[in-house]
Design a binder for this molecule. Sequence first.
Ligand code: CKU
Length: 599
Amino acid sequence: MEKGLLYPVINQYRADEKLDGLWNFKFDPAGEGEQQGWQKGFDNGIKMPVPASFNDFFTDKDAREYTGDFWYSRHFFVPDYFKGQEIQIRFGAATHRAVVYVNGQEIRSHEGGFLPFTADVTDAVKFGQENVVAVKVNNELHRDALPAGDTETLKNGKKMAKPFFDFYNYSGLNRSVHLLAVPKKGIYDYSTSYDLGESKATVHYSVRADSGSNVKASLIDENGQVVATNEGKSGDLIVTQPKLWNVRDAYLYTIQFKLLDQDRVIDEYQDQIGLRTVEIKGHEILVNHKSVYLRGFGRHEDSIYAGRAFDLNVERRDMNLMKWIGANSFRSSHYPYDEQVYRFADREGILVIDEVPAVGFKMAAASFLGGLDQSFFDGDWTKELYKKHLDQINDMIQRDKNHPSVLAWSLFNEPDTSTNSAVPYFEKLFAATANLDPEKRPRTFTLNEDDTYEKSKCLKFPDFYLLNRYPGWYHKWGYEISDGEAGLRAELDEWQKSDIDKPIVFSEYGADTEPGLHKLPSIMWSEEYQIELLEMFNRVFDSYDFIRGEQPWNLADFQTVEGNMRVNGNKKGIFTRDRQPKAAAFYLRKRWTKLPLDY
Ligand SMILES: CCCN1C[C@@H](O)[C@H](O)[C@@H](C(=O)O)C1
């Protein structure tokens, strides 16, 4: 668990210099890096862009598919005037694990390829001089790690990733790297929660900072006017006539904390927040006590060239596509996205179901690759897996808890929930995560086709249900789709007859579609069939009032491992991988823009 994951800011107490750009890069298949002294830095090697996944830059298959250790290194200057500050190197993500060295000294290691971590390099850097950072990264997949998979060694001795999930194992320093100088006794974290009254809103805040200091908190509106202040490390900021953060109608306040030692300001942190509440009531999802019907997508951080790296240009386009089509939400399938994505969503009023990379926790998923027939939760890997799982939920909630866009936390994607061993694992995890979020937002996970109302043993845990269902594609496809609809309705009738009074959101359904393939009458893979499948699901959604959301899979086509079921990746996108519309995009836009934006 990280000490603090505050997003970097610049002010008169805090400096932030990005270390993005070309780093030196080397594969280390023989595991000889330390013995060769690479931890002291190296100037030879491939010039590798950061942030980026390394995979798609290469023209040879061994390099693209490389699995194992690989190294990054670059020089960086630490100015003399940073002296007295805590010097940190903050990695937005190193996929999937990393060891950080500065000037040859090992600083720390980190596990988890989709969340930030900070290396305190204060005692290792030379002030007023050039320094060198080296990072050993490893992208192997294991059953006791997130996301789950295996790593096999081929007969030629090369390692190969065998994911239990359907996205390419893009690896590297996928997000920005920052050199930070912050007060040694400063602000480590803050959190907020909200109460809305008739004509006022209360921001309950709490600041984690060095003992012996005090805090002056202010709330500033979009015109730069201070609308509320309070003294104390925790307390309330009360806003009269507040402008609430609403779905697709965002209003952001700046919250500012000044840390005082006696009456001297020693640190300052500012961030943008939105005044809103989230709750589940019966079959309804409520934002600011108003029912919301989620419409949007499962997504991936995925684009041509840089793979899983965050790309501001792609995110700007994706946000515009979601607004154009009438969406109001997305799920960060199947891992926490770059922090800038949530800042975009905060500004655009888009709701996010934030998902930890607990994907592939199901032997059926592994059986894509000849998996076992046992429960995923009674393997010799389960104990270690649980520790990493809880750690990454901790960090995801610690990192993303102050975003108004975050609606809920998804703790798994399609885990095994129908075996006896699943229950104690879920029991322990839901108990351990109950109080991590000061706002107590709903916690959920997606249910695979096999985990129906009758079969799943874990339906008591989630605050609402996310259903992934694929009639019309993985079964009852093509001309049989009418049987697919009948089966889906039969399952939902079971849910309806049950005493379950929680909302259901359809978080995955769809058809692989080759853009430009047209057929009358339709056939699978044609643009016409993708629309017919969506029409079938929408007919079903419109028949059950406890269905409170529709998020087809996927916003855009994305890269996966190669295989006889993938044509250069997954083609279930409503948009192509270069973000152009398939015919289904116009169909969904017609359906969704009929609804009020904030409904
Ligand atoms: C059947 C597993 C559920 N779902 C997971 C998602 O990651 C895949 O891309 C999607 C698909 O197969 O298109 C299926």
